[in-house]
Design a protein around this ligand. Structure first.
Ligand code: ZN
Length: 288
């Protein structure tokens, strides 16, 4: 088995680049905040925000995300005894220290696994029932995400996009409120005024968050990047020697109806899907 220490792959780089417009909007929002709060140093809030990205690298962030966003718990002693040797095997094949990764469990009837932040490898209780070698292949796929930095980069992008997203959320809320007031008053004049106010509000939002006009282009590109990341993680698993076993897992998913039959899904859904279909993953793996 060839030791693999892959770092950022192209999908991680493309995800970073696709986040640039929104992150710039966030910095613009914070510069405007700086102008209002600290006019003599309007660079201060954007600079502090950039520094705050370090939070993504804190172990506590991974712990919090695992519990809050993914409802993961610590494994019981039995679960740990079953999983740890498998993770050690996978990490041994990849030439990385298994102590870098924290095993977590999600109570779920669906076979599922996830990489979270920079350290967490989660598996569902249903996935624990897989034959050990298949579970190992699933862990190898998740390790592939960690080695490429996929999950950490996604988290960093999400964090830096928060101010821009908060502004959009606020604008939508205010817009809905204005619309509601216009309808409640009910006179034609009130409706015209509320519509005008919403147009002005939308224009102001575009000035503060110019990335909004790019959303129709960025959203499918981000989904494409995410699908590439999945195929990359499969490739890493295959390079670590788990290709044939991963194929078994994917075929099992198809048999059990866990594939979402993307081929029959509408074009828009396929363009915005964050995961490739099992059929596509199988084709790629067999191509190797
Ligand atoms: Zn994955």
């Amino acid at each position: 088995m060839r030791a693999t220490r892959r770092r950022f792959d192209l999908s991680a780089v493309s995800e970073l680049l696709l986040g640039v417009p929104t992150v710039l909007s966030s910095l613009l929002v914070l510069a405007l905040l700086g102008k209002a709060v600290t006019p003599q140093a309007l660079w201060l809030p954007p600079a502090l925000w950039l520094l705050s990205g370090a939070v993504v690298f804190l172990p506590a962030t991974d712990q919090l995300l695992a519990v809050v966003a993914y409802r993961l718990r610590k494994p019981t002693r039995t679960e740990r005894a079953a999983l740890e040797p498998l993770l050690e095997e996978v990490c041994g094949a990849a030439g990385v220290d298994p102590r870098r990764y924290w095993l977590r469990i999600q109570n779920s009837k669906g076979i599922n696994a996830m990489a979270v932040g920079g350290h967490v490898v989660g598996v569902s209780t249903a996935a624990l029932q897989l034959p050990p070698r298949q579970l190992e292949a699933v862990l190898a796929h998740e390790l592939g995400h960690h080695l490429a930095g996929h999950t950490r980069i996604s988290l960093l992008r999400w964090w830096y996009e928060l101010p821009a997203r908060a502004v959009v959320g606020l604008v939508v809320l205010v817009g809905v409120a204005i619309h509601g007031v216009g309808r409640a008053v009910g006179t034609p004049g009130a409706r015209v005024i509320s519509t005008l106010l919403i147009v002005v509000l939308a224009a102001a939002a575009l000035v503060v968050s110019p990335w909004l006009v790019l959303v129709p282009v960025i959203a499918p590109l981000l989904a494409w990047s995410s699908r590439r990341a999945e195929l990359h993680a499969d490739r890493v698993a295959a390079e670590l020697g788990y290709g044939p076993v991963l194929l078994e897992v994917l075929r099992r998913w198809v048999r059990e109806g866990q594939d979402d039959l993307r081929a029959r899904a509408p074009v828009r859904a396929r363009m915005l899907a964050s995961h490739p279909s099992c059929a596509q993953r199988i084709t790629r793996l067999r191509g190797r």
